[in-house]
Design a protein around this ligand. Structure first.
Ligand code: DOR
Ligand code: ZN
Length: 372
């Protein structure tokens, strides 16, 4: 047994499904899954039902999270075709603005360049008064985070450069994308990016085995794309799960074209990354930078006092569909042997997870940026 202590992790990309899809996940089940994965703060995406696209809906979501979460939660606002930038007056209370420029689950797709200009310009104007949190502003607003694939990547990079808005590119999956992001960083574009564990540890070669359990957006990419993510790891700022729970009945009961894309990930990220350390592909410092320090810097989240995660890095075990905290009760990594298990999580001096049990009560998590 060899236990090491890590800072409490941040997962900067999760879908906790409330309101609207609580049968998939809610703030309690999703944040319990976070603690089981060593994650003490999550950033929740706006494609709930209704979407988090207005100040009223952000306030409603914040009330739900405050009553139900067991770890800290930051909330994204999201742009829609119809409400456009209706969220702007609540910008400082969100962790950032999410824009979907490619198809995915939900109704938030933005598909004109003209509207993209308006959204980037509006966010930049909002920052004129308060600054960007990542640049050290005391109040400030977060970055624009985009679901942008393929040709949408250069479009978003150009808008970020034009308006000076910090841009965070979610779940990068392809060689063509990471190479462009790396080059943009070298030119000084204010861009950061994240990669999910499923895009690092699975490829299109796994699809025959996984079927719909391997269906998400972006889709699993080719082995060469996966190799590129590892080659350019220096350009990858965050690991984030894109925890996107859907029930197996929904995924397996529909035709593939109608099945909702997405996989849960909160409880498997840290063991998978620690296994990569065991295999000599990563260092512990790579994990701490990408799952704690960098997300806190990019989204402007102070580190909570007296908070840490103890992991047994030698313990070998098999990931399984049973025993998970996520309401959907499955993982695309079931059957995989991993090294490293979360033994204990402490948040603000309280033991919130130990020995496989979540000990924190609903409502003990904080809603970041809203509660001050
Ligand atoms: O696979 C995905 N599922 N990708 C996304 O971008 C959204 C997510 C979801 O909300 O289910
Ligand atoms: Zn997502």
């Amino acid at each position: 047994m060899s236990v090491i202590r890590l800072p409490g992790l941040v997962d900067a990309h999760v879908h906790l499904r409330e309101p609207g899809y609580e049968y998939k996940e809610d703030f309690t089940s999703g944040t319990r899954a976070a603690l089981a994965g060593g994650v003490v703060a999550v950033l929740d995406m706006p494609n709930s039902h209704p979407p988090t696209s207005t100040p009223e809906r952000l306030a409603d979501k914040a009330r739900r999270a405050a009553a139900k979460a067991v770890c800290d939660v930051g909330l994204f606002v999201g742009a829609t075709q119809t409400e456009q930038d209706a969220y702007l007056s609540a910008a400082t209370q969100a962790c950032g603005l999410k824009i979907y420029v490619n198809d995915t689950f939900g109704s938030l797709r933005i598909d004109t360049l003209a509207l993209m200009h308006r959204l980037f310009r509006g966010w930049a104007e909002q920052a004129e008064g308060v600054g960007y949190r990542m640049r050290g502003a005391a109040q400030g607003i977060g970055p624009i985070t985009v679901h942008a694939e393929e040709l949408m990547v250069p479009a978003c990079l150009a808008l970020s450069q034009l308006y000076g808005t910090p841009l965070h590119i979610a779940h990068v999956s392809r060689r063509s994308e990471i190479e462009l992001i790396r080059a943009a960083k070298e030119r000084g574009v204010p861009v950061s990016c994240e990669v999910t564990p499923h895009h690092l540890f699975l490829s299109s070669d796994d699809l025959p085995r996984l079927g719909v359990r391997g269906d998400m957006r972006p889709r699993l990419a080719t082995p060469d794309d996966v190799a590129a993510l590892w080659e350019h790891l220096e350009a990858v700022d965050l690991f984030a799960t894109d925890h996107a729970p859907h029930t197996l009945a929904e995924k397996e009961g529909a035709a593939l074209s109608a099945a909702p894309p997405g996989v849960p990930g909160l409880e498997t990220m840290l063991p998978l990354l620690l296994t990569a350390v065991h295999d000599g592909r990563l260092d512990i410092a790579d994990i701490v930078a990408r799952c704690a320090h960098n997300p806190r810097r990019i989204y402007g989240m102070p580190e909570p006092p007296e908070s840490w995660v103890d992991v047994d890095v030698d313990l070998s075990w098999e990931l399984a569909n049973s025993g998970l905290q996520t309401r959907v009760g499955w993982t695309p990594f079931a059957g995989q042997r991993v090294y490293g298990r979360v033994e204990q999580v402490v948040l603000r001096g309280q033991v919130v997870y130990a020995g496989g049990q979540v000990l924190a009560a609903p409502g003990s998590g904080r809603v970041l940026f809203v509660e001050g």
